[in-house]
Design a protein. Sequence first.
Length: 292
Amino acid sequence: MGIKSILQNIYLCDKSIYQRMEKIKPSISDNVADTLFITVYMRALDAQQKHPVLNDTQSLKLMHRIDYPFEKYSGTKVMSRIGTCVRLKYIDKQLEEFIATHENVVVVNIGCGLDDRYNRVKNASKAIFYELDLPESIKLREQLMQTHRNQFLIPDSAFETGWLDKLKEKHPDSNFIFISEGVFMYFPEEKVKNLLCTIAERFPNARILFDGLSEYLSHQSDKHDTLRNAKAVFEWGFDDNRIFERWDPRLKLDKVFYIMHGMRPYNFMVRLISYIPVFGKGSKVISLTVCN
């Protein structure tokens, strides 16, 4: 389904409302931050499917409100759409379970973009949410999305770790879960290492969830169906899922979710390809626990 069909369907849902809405033109200069629009587009594509994976209808409204050339991603393949939404759905579920099994939960969404996880997670009201991204991304988020009473925005770089000290001071006895999607693969390994080791030092017993790529896929930016139309490029990938335990002995690998394996129920061809290790294990979600 193309971009024109998506927007036409949104418009027909409530013509009077959308006629009154003024489009917002983003001022996003950072190449990595600009990739937030890819995820919005993927969620919108999914929401228009007969059998959606995520069914995030908020993304449809966002697309209509944003003055952005989404049409450059109209060649998106089924695999990218399903993979993005399977990843989102999996992390949503992990977060729901964490909130259900812990008290005084603080959720930190690193590189939040225009993600609407708060409204997708059923028990979000029982936790405190911090949405962190570069100031220009947070400004756009403020213009487009409602912030709830237990949800706070942090306009900062993930790698300027002063914000971690502030959160630790404000919530000294809370159970933290840090989430980052579609972020770390765009940065050098050393930056990611410094951030994760800083979290390990300050937040014992925290959970950390993030997605990553294999070394092979991290070298395929120019062949990626959406990224080849963006200015950002992949900077880092890893094959050894226990590399983080060597970075800091407090970082313990809890589980690995291979995204293409999670895509198997949604597409027959994906199911076949997923048994080829270079593809089936190329994109993954890592879950780490910080041990004392």
